[in-house]
Ligand binder design. Structure first.
Ligand SMILES: [Zn+2]
Length: 259
């Protein structure tokens, strides 16, 4: 009888512990991640929100409309249209500031948006979060098709975002590079957004190595399936990560998750 009682108490304790673990796992600190397709993610927490690389109106897979986006800041990793298309309208609608590398920020300010320029290695406080600009290996320009012009838009970049004890990394469009290890040594990355589309950026195999080098606990893949040349299997990428002990989730446009 007493043995049985002890067993059932232990069972209840275990159940309670499991329940607490599940709550912590599912709720975390409550930072909401919204995926708008391609490389566009929106982070929302504590009454504030920022969006990175808004390319929504030109993305046939997107389910959101740029007019619906409510944010305090718009972060841009580089000047290519598939990362910047809706930046100015979203910034203007929300009286939000565009944060980008100096040249691109200047270009955005010429389009009538509020803009804050920074450069690689620099940090800026947004009040509710701290953003550091990190390097990316890619190219960056604004291509003015009808004038046959390519405007220099500064270096391409990624961002490390520290927000209420959580650290997120958006690598921007990039190849694999060995200083990802150095960035991983100096930061505890809770979640990394990494491109997996290949052709213009890392493919899935290099992105798994990037996740390891960044020391990311979780990864959300970006920059794939938007156009046929960058078709990839997001779920297969997640299982390759799992083989290395790294968590992750492949989101569909319009889907949300909580960190
Ligand atoms: Zn690009």
């Amino acid at each position: 009888m007493s043995l049985m009682r002890r067993d059932s108490t232990m069972g209840r304790d275990r159940l309670a512990q499991t329940r607490i673990a599940l709550i912590l796992e599912s709720e975390g600190l409550g930072l909401e991640i919204g995926y708008h397709g391609h490389s566009c993610v929106q982070l929302t927490h504590g009454g504030h929100s920022l969006i990175i690389d808004p390319f929504i109106s030109g993305n046939g897979l997107a389910v959101t409309r740029p007019e619906e986006i409510k944010v305090d800041y718009v972060l841009l990793t580089h000047g290519h249209t598939d990362h910047t298309l809706d930046a100015v309208p979203i910034a203007k609608n929300n009286d939000a500031t565009i944060v980008a590398i100096h040249e691109l920020a200047t270009y955005m300010s010429w389009q009538g948006a509020k803009a804050l320029g920074m450069n690689l290695g620099g940090k800026v406080s947004l009040g509710f979060a701290e953003v550091q600009m990190i390097q990316a290996f890619h190219s960056s320009s604004v291509i003015v098709d009808n004038e046959g012009q390519i405007i220099y838009a500064g270096m391409p970049a990624g961002f490390i975002i520290k927000w209420d004890g959580m650290t997120l990394l958006h690598s921007g469009d990039t190849a694999l590079f060995s200083d990802m290890k150095m960035i991983g040594e100096r930061n505890r990355i809770d979640l990394a957004f990494l491109p997996i589309g290949d052709l213009f950026t890392m493919g899935p195999e290099d992105a798994v190595t990037a996740a390891e080098w960044f020391g990311a606990k979780k990864v959300v893949p970006l920059h794939f399936n938007t156009f046929p040349p960058i078709a990839q299997d997001g779920e297969q990428f997640i299982s390759k990560l799992a083989e290395k002990g790294i968590g992750g989730r492949s989101l569909s446009p319009g889907e949300k998750m909580t960190l």
